[in-house]
Design a protein around this ligand. Structure first.
Ligand code: SF4
Length: 218
């Protein structure tokens, strides 16, 4: 099977997964836990790093009742912010990052979240995945954000052969045609959280068992 055939199979598989996703995966709970704008999306993405979406959703709902702009966040002290986001792992470091990123937005970007990859990556604390989530969901750009689920699944199906999510991100964004980039993260993250989970994949109830076998065996 050549790469184009493999990609075709993969894109069909994505459509099939999309049609068969559970109604309320953790990712959806997170997306519905706060009012979206570029700033809240950026902050939530930073909060969600290395933390389960269910837990981040509760903290996001609480935080964005109090603040919705970088200026408002900076009015909270480090300790006050830590107290709000305390249920999350690495909450002290995350509180520092949220404050530092908000400060840069106020000082360098007129309190707005920039809409280019280059500018986003120039902000200390903002990495490839965070930048791509913001560009995709806040600025409607056709770009794939690669997290651990996306990285794991596309390697399992041999769409890429990479060691890190960053390598996967670069390669996948080159390989996947634009119209399919927008939803790829949402589909695969929800699938990885609910059906093809890392420790106990539910192969017996998987809607793409045959397609999975075929891609893995070739
Ligand atoms: S068949 Fe199993 S391993 Fe393959 S995608 Fe489905 S759950 Fe994952």
């Amino acid at each position: 099977m050549n790469l184009n055939e493999r990609l075709d199979k993969f894109l069909n598989l994505l459509e099939k997964i999309k049609k068969n996703l559970p109604k309320n995966p953790p990712l959806k709970q997170l997306q519905q836990s706060y009012t979206k704008n570029p700033y809240t999306t950026l902050m939530v993405t930073l909060l969600s790093l290395r933390t389960k979406d269910e837990r981040t959703a509760k903290v996001a709902a609480k935080l964005f009742k109090k603040i919705t702009t970088p200026q408002q966040l900076l009015q909270l002290s480090q300790e006050e912010l830590e107290e709000i986001i305390r249920p999350l792992g690495f909450y002290k470091q995350k509180a520092r990052t949220l404050r530092e990123v908000s400060k840069v937005l106020v000082e360098k970007f007129n309190s707005q979240v920039p809409n280019t990859k280059e500018e986003l990556l120039s902000i200390k604390g903002v990495g490839e995945k965070t930048a791509n989530v913001v560009l995709n969901s806040s600025f409607n750009q056709e770009v794939i954000a690669v997290d651990v689920h996306v990285h794991r699944l596309v390697n399992m199906w041999k769409i890429v052969d990479t060691k890190t999510p960053l390598q996967t991100s670069h390669l996948l964004n080159q390989l996947i045609p634009s119209p399919h980039k927008k939803e790829l993260n949402t589909i695969l993250v929800a699938f990885g959280q609910t059906i093809c989970t890392p420790k106990k994949p539910k192969c017996l109830e998987c809607p793409i068992e045959n397609e999975c076998k075929s891609l893995r065996s070739l």
